[in-house]
Design a protein around this ligand. Sequence first.
Ligand SMILES: CC(C)(COP(=O)(O)OP(=O)(O)OC[C@H]1O[C@@H](n2cnc3c(N)ncnc32)[C@H](O)[C@@H]1OP(=O)(O)O)[C@@H](O)C(=O)NCCC(=O)NCCS
Length: 136
Amino acid sequence: MLAKRINETELTEEGQRLIVAVELPGENRVIGDAMSKWRSEEHAQGTFGYSLHPDFHVKGYATEVARKTLEFGFEHLQLHRIIAECDPRNEPSWRLMERLGMRKEARYREVEIFKGEWGDLFVYALLKEEFERVQA
Ligand SMILES: CC(C)(COP(=O)(O)OP(=O)(O)OC[C@H]1O[C@@H](n2cnc3c(N)ncnc32)[C@H](O)[C@@H]1OP(=O)(O)O)[C@@H](O)C(=O)NCCC(=O)NCCS
């Protein structure tokens, strides 16, 4: 996984994905990562994701990382709409998205098998104008 990610160093055309390391000043290690994917150039669509080491959960860092990742997508890539998906059982993840003002647009039923069980999937989305309104 690491070898694959190391080669994903740029986000200059649709289909590409960039995963950046999250560092905390004073901690001499990576504490998590954030992913941006450019889904469509024509339609200015993207996806993002985030993951932090459990030692750094519930401190507000993940929310800060996610907000910066959205900002990168809307301002640097000029995306119009960014989505993220999560398992409904992953409450910290969907709570984070709702904290950022994202809208739950779908719940796909039994769309994947996770640890031997059928799992649902939430899809959350945010438009650039909605992001800017929340930031203002
Ligand atoms: C999903 C994930 C990133 C969420 O992380 P998190 O720890 O809940 O997010 P934050 O650190 O931003 O925590 C926000 C909480 O910290 C609290 N908090 C504590 N101290 C804080 C501070 N100094 N500043 C801001 N918030 C603080 C907030 O009040 C909030 O609590 P609440 O949910 O009760 O309102 C994390 O669970 C994770 O990495 N999971 C594994 C990977 C994963 O599932 N990724 C997503 C795949 S879809």
